[in-house]
Design a protein around this ligand. Structure first.
Ligand code: MRU
Length: 368
């Protein structure tokens, strides 16, 4: 996507071949800063501190982390150590394990002298496949948006509500949930997006709003708790979110608060769609609530907040009394029954084992 006229992905190998470069998402929207990462430890820290974040981008970053590990030492023990270090960074997004396993398998299959090349090749392939998958999700989601727009007799505007950031910053490019929005907007559908601020890290206020502004998509920032009210009053035509891990039975883990949006959408008869590239589907799991590991992060993300002050500098201020304990759970699980459909790179399907088996027979054991 373009930032002030210049095309960017969120991650790319540095021109000198000695590093990986990323957009530092902890600095947005106040500053656009490119960070250079040169070691596995730096990649791991970037994932943990959310310099890079969003399920598909976490996977892509881990891929390049394995390539940097190979560059230092391509022996099996070092590859295994890098795999362990990177896997420990964040527990919920399954893209991380998916990318790490794929990288390790590819590297191990290569002879020692070509392991480094193979690692960079596979990391680049993971990135290119992510872009292609998201572009396809954009097409399939655009068709859904267009159908809703036609149903609305093409009157007024088409209101989407989204949670967190599942835009291009959360992926290598295009985004998952926002890919259909960009596609529909570019095709002339008057899409308007209600952006949940998404406490505590404010990915909606900081990242989604920034992305939509840069692309010229009309949007309105709302408090996380405003969604139910807007849904009750017919102000939302569809809810569209991403996912960090979707089970083979269609349960969806996504940023904390997603479940409440799904409940409110269901109560008001509003479709609730989840953009789910296959890299975020954990086909082996059945029960999302019990089986998906939910990340707990530092309570200070809840008790403090960062913003821009009048001088243009950023500052962190405290929001809660010293001494009050806080619980910072990062994700929740929306049961499949509340999901209208999944939008994957292969098309739209029911959030169910049968629905996924139709599109991914090879992954669900129903292939030839
Ligand atoms: O904690 P984050 O910012 O990594 O969480 C991101 C989300 O919850 C996204 O909705 C999800 O990763 C889907 S991204 C395309």
């Amino acid at each position: 996507m373009k930032v002030d006229g210049v095309s960017y992905r969120t991650i790319w190998p540095a021109a000198d071949g000695a590093a990986v470069e990323v957009i530092d998402q902890t600095r947005l929207p106040f500053a656009f800063v490119i960070r250079r990462l040169t070691t596995v430890a730096e990649i791991a820290a970037a994932i943990r501190t959310m310099v890079v974040r969003g399920a598909p981008l976490i996977g892509a970053a881990a891929g390049y982390g394995m390539a940097l590990a190979c560059q230092a030492d391509a022996a099996d023990t070092n590859i295994d150590r890098a795999h362990t270090t990177l896997l420990a960074t964040r527990p919920t997004a399954v893209n991380l394990k998916w990318a790490l396993d794929r990288m390790r398998k590819g590297i191990r299959a290569a002879p020692p002298e070509s392991r480094r090349r193979e690692a960079y090749r596979t990391a680049a392939l993971i990135c290119d496949e992510d872009v292609a998958a998201n572009r396809a999700i954009g097409e399939h989601g655009h068709a859904l948006i267009d159908a809703l727009w036609t149903k609305k007799r093409r009157q007024g505007r088409l209101n989407v509500l989204t949670h967190c950031n599942a835009g291009w910053l959360a992926t290598v490019d295009w985004g998952t949930a926002l890919a259909p929005v960009y596609r529909a907007h570019d095709a002339g559908v008057p899409v308007h997006v209600y952006v949940d601020e998404t406490r505590p890290r404010n990915q909606g206020a900081r990242l989604t709003a920034w992305e939509l502004l840069k692309h010229g998509v009309p949007h309105t920032l709302i408090a996380d708790n405003a969604g139910g009210h807007l849904l009750q009053h017919g102000a939302v035509d569809l809810v569209l979110v991403g996912t960090d891990r979707t089970t083979g039975s269609g349960d969806v883990a996504n940023k904390i608060g997603t479940y409440l949006k799904a409940l409110a959408a269901s109560d008001n008869g509003v479709p609730f769609y989840v953009a789910a590239p296959s890299s975020s589907i954990d086909f082996g799991l059945d029960d999302g609530v019990r089986q998906i590991p939910i990340e707990e992060r530092d309570a200070r993300e809840l008790t403090e907040i960062e913003g821009e002050v009048a001088t243009g500098q950023t500052a962190v201020v405290r929001l809660a009394p010293h001494g009050s304990p806080a619980l910072n759970v990062g994700f929740d699980v929306t049961p499949a029954r509340l999901v209208t459909a999944l939008i994957t790179e292969r098309g739209v399907c029911d959030a169910s084992r049968a629905g996924l088996a139709r599109l991914f027979p090879e992954a669900t054991g129903s292939g030839a």
